[in-house]
Design a protein around this ligand. Structure first.
Ligand SMILES: [Zn+2]
Length: 101
């Protein structure tokens, strides 16, 4: 008599294999997402989100402000809007006067 695994066992091993492959695919997707994120960052880092040209960064009272070299848009990193809004009006005026031509 051939020692054949029961159907239950076969189902169990098929499911195990499916779960294992599913996990592998999921990890592949995560890795792809990471690579895509890295590529996007490499392509766009310190580039204007509107026109794609280089940003010029200035540091004033520990607030880093990025200004586009082309369209003159001004960009703030996370938390910097709050930090800028806490500046005295006088300091804020001086900050923006750096960009004035
Ligand atoms: Zn721009």
């Amino acid at each position: 008599m051939i020692d054949k695994p029961s159907e239950q066992e076969e189902e169990y091993f098929a499911r195990l294999e499916y779960e294992k492959k599913k996990k592998m695919e999921h990890e592949k997707h995560l890795k792809l997402a990471e690579e895509e994120k890295k590529k996007l960052k490499d392509d766009h880092f310190m580039r204007c989100p509107k026109c794609g040209m280089e940003l010029i960064e200035i540091d004033y009272h520990h607030i880093k402000i990025d200004k586009c070299s082309e369209c003159e848009g001004v960009w703030l990193d996370a938390g910097e809007f709050e930090a800028a809004s806490n500046l005295e009006k006088n300091t804020l005026d001086k900050l923006f006067s750096v960009f004035r031509r």
